[in-house]
Design a protein around this ligand. Structure first.
Ligand code: GLU
Length: 308
């Protein structure tokens, strides 16, 4: 089944490019930013830059500045204020409290080593990581209080079984889906399977947020209508749809684009310094060269989308 998605009259399309400042941008990010720009211009919408820096152990302010500089060099500026997630922990804390009030979160005090030791190697999530073995899912109230009083740090995990039951009840048993749009804006409904991720972390030990929580909260409060991002995040959309439903948030439509891989077929990472936009710039390449390198037609990016 297919359908053509159009946005509500008056509420213009809003897109976002949302890098995490854990290093310099590379060609893979350039592709993602340019595909976002192309969709935004074709839709006559706005493209916002959002800095996803809730992981305080890996993100650095100097990388944020470098990312904004690299994007400007590429010809991309935010069509509105740049949201830095590290300035909004109170908002994510509030959303987590909502999930907790629905009985969907539980504290997990286990260390990484304890979780690794208990994990079943054959049970992997879509990213290839062992699924959380449920170690602290059934901790009693007294035990929780004792550990909290002793100052043990804890993460808040989603009770996936309960969350799925809640969603099923809310949807009256209908499947949970999202709309995936292609390059021609034709949408195909995709049925999600969030259960394959297990009890994901909603609030990390060190901060009052996690990627999954912050991304759905910000997509909603920034009025994002079209989420355009790499195919490596396709499976994560299952969790995002589930959180959107339980938090009562509007769902954007999604476009998961191709990835740039190295000669061994591996997705580019920030550690691949020779493909960083900065090093390409130092070597004298231009933004148009980068467009061509990632297979984008420079003239096409700014051309309005005619069938809207
Ligand atoms: N911050 C994520 C990343 O850099 C992208 C999140 C998203 O587009 O949803 O991989």
């Amino acid at each position: 089944m297919t359908m053509v998605v159009s946005t509500a009259p008056g509420a213009g399309p809003v897109l976002r490019f949302a890098p995490s400042p854990t290093g310099r941008l590379h060609l893979g990010h350039a592709l993602s930013a340019l595909v976002n720009l192309q969709f935004a211009r074709r839709l006559g919408g706005r493209l916002l830059i959002r800095i996803e820096d809730t992981d305080l152990t890996r993100c650095r302010p100097e990388w944020t500045a470098a990312i904004i500089e690299d994007l400007a060099w590429l010809g991309i500026q935010s069509d509105g204020p740049i949201l830095r997630q590290s300035e909004h922990f109170d908002v994510y804390r509030e959303a987590a409290a909502r999930l907790a009030s629905l009985g969907l979160l539980y504290p997990c005090f286990a260390t990484r080593q304890e979780i690794q030791a208990a994990a079943i190697p054959a049970r992997l999530d879509p990213d290839g990581a062992p699924i959380y073995p449920g170690l602290h899912r059934g901790l009693g109230v007294e035990e929780i209080e004792r550990r909290k009083a002793a100052g043990q740090p804890f993460a808040l995990r989603l009770d996936m079984g309960r969350a799925l039951a809640t969603v099923s009840e809310m949807l009256g048993g209908s499947p949970l889906t999202y709309a995936e749009i292609d390059d021609a804006l034709v949408a195909t409904p995709v049925t999600v399977d969030p259960g394959r991720w297990g009890d994901v972390v909603i609030q990390r030990k060190e901060t009052s947020a996690s990627y999954h929580l912050a991304v759905v909260v910000d997509d909603a409060r920034q009025g994002i209508t079209h989420v355009v991002r790499g195919a490596d995040l396709r499976a994560a959309t299952d969790i995002h749809r589930l959180l959107q439903v339980v938090l009562g948030l509007d769902a954007p439509v999604y476009h998961h684009h191709r990835l740039i891989v190295d000669e061994t077929g591996r997705k580019l990472a920030k550690r691949d310094g020779d493909t960083s936009l900065y090093s390409l710039r130092l070597r004298g390449l231009t933004a148009s060269d980068v467009c061509r390198m990632v297979g984008m037609d420079v003239d096409n990016i700014l051309r309005p989308f005619t069938c809207l």
